[in-house]
Design a protein around this ligand. Structure first.
Ligand SMILES: [Zn+2]
Length: 420
């Protein structure tokens, strides 16, 4: 079935991506490149949202803002009663981002609508493009926040009450930026959700391919560990009398790596990306250390075992130095989310019809699609990244051609699903 094959305007898509990347742009000293910093619900994020909201309206779409600040832009179908086919992603970024993470999915959805309208193509079902709030979780500590509320996993009140490091709440920041909308916080289940996103990994480039069909998202576990020891003079305090929080933090990092290297937790990945010691002085034994542990695993059972064994290790570590104390705080936890086979098939067929070879792969990163999968048939399209797929970095790059091909596949998939 190639009658509904849609080819989008790759130049227009690229121009939109580059124009949006100017908002929150900064000169990155480490890479010498222009980066993007649009943490959720900051002034820069709000400016980016307003730009894209204007583009939605110019494309003839009606836009609803929900109580979580999610933007839902709609292109009507011919059947007013039919559930929409939804696509989208996020516009918020980490502090050192590139131009593509999230933005490709949102602007790609917009480009699909622009193309359909330009060519006078109507669909039976409406097509909705959604911008989810605080996908990155960097500012308020919970990733996929907007989509988790939309899909009903997190209550709107709990989401509004989350605070950033300065004590500012999601609810207050939504009001301040003008994105505290109304209506129901939970979405009515759409007919399907399809998200196009950069891969953020090296698999497609290594295989020499432009697009991939995502089979699901692996389990993710985030926790924060706080270690309390005792500040002591570096010169005068005998080693055996120390409660060295810094030492314990280092031991945790090494223990995690040993767990990974042991191979007994399947494809476990473990990362300590944040580590801070107090008082952070050359000649003082650290009194306190705080670190985060990020675990990923495609297998829920292996993940649960890794978490339990880490907890056991921490309990043992507490007794290893007199006066050492440990506490943990769960930051995020999601299970392995398998995507819908029918939607994967629709994406694969669209890629075939566009003459694009593809492979199927599991996502190593979390995405809004994993939340949407709880309420409707869902899958994702991945677009190849350059430089080993580096992401969350100004070096993040996908070529104009790769972006266009990914959105071609998205367009064709959406139009076919919207005709069902
Ligand atoms: Zn993203």
């Amino acid at each position: 079935m190639t009658d509904s094959l849609i080819t989008i305007d790759g130049d227009r898509l690229w121009r939109s991506l580059m124009e949006l990347a100017e908002i929150g742009a900064y000169d990155d000293a480490r890479t010498g490149l222009r980066g993007v910093n649009r943490l959720a619900l900051t002034d820069a994020d709000a400016e980016g949202r307003r730009l894209v909201l204007g583009w939605f309206r110019q494309a003839g779409m009606s836009v609803r803002i929900d109580p979580m600040g999610n933007l839902i832009a709609r292109r009507d179908g011919t059947d007013p009663g039919a559930a929409p086919v939804m696509t989208g992603s996020h516009l918020d970024s980490v502090a050192t981002a590139g131009a593509f993470d999230g933005c490709l999915g949102v602007l790609g959805g917009l480009e699909v609508v622009r193309t359909l309208t330009e060519r006078g193509i109507s669909t039976r079902r409406p097509i909705e493009v959604v911008v989810f709030t605080e996908e990155e979780g960097v500012r308020f500590g919970t990733d996929m926040l907007g989509s988790a509320v939309a899909a009903g996993r997190i209550a709107i009140k709990d989401a509004h009450d989350l605070i950033d490091r300065d004590g500012l709440s999601v609810g207050a920041e939504l009001r301040r930026t003008g994105f505290a909308g109304d209506g129901p916080a939970r979405f009515d289940p759409p007919h399907a959700y399809v998200e196009c996103h950069i891969e953020q990994g090296p698999v497609l480039a290594e295989a020499g391919l432009t697009v991939g069909v995502v089979t699901g998202v692996q389990a993710i576990s985030w926790q924060e560990i706080t270690i309390s020891g005792r500040a002591a003079h570096a010169g005068t305090t005998p080693t055996e009398l120390r409660a060295d929080a810094g030492l314990a933090a280092a031991q945790i990092i090494v223990a995690l790596r040993k767990m990974v290297d042991s191979g007994s937790y399947g494809q476990l990945r473990a990362t300590v990306g944040h580590l801070a010691v107090h008082p952070d002085l050359t000649n003082i034994v650290p009194a306190r250390a705080q670190l985060t542990v990020d675990l990923r695993n495609p297998d829920d059972e292996q993940m649960a075992r890794a978490e339990a064994d880490l907890a056991g290790y921490l309990a043992g570590l507490e007794g290893s130095q007199p006066g050492l104390g440990l506490s943990t705080r769960r930051m995020a936890r999601t299970s392995h989310v398998p995507f819908d086979h029918g939607i994967q098939k629709a994406i694969a067929t669209a890629a075939d019809d566009h003459g694009l070879a593809h492979l199927s792969l599991l996502s190593g990163a979390g995405h809004d699609a994993q939340e949407m999968a709880a309420i409707c048939p869902t899958a994702m399209i991945f677009v190849r990244g350059e430089y080993d797929g580096i992401s969350h970095n100004p070096r993040e790059y996908s070529t104009p051609q790769a972006c266009a091909r990914g959105i071609d596949v998205l367009a064709t998939t959406l139009v076919r699903l919207a005709g069902e």
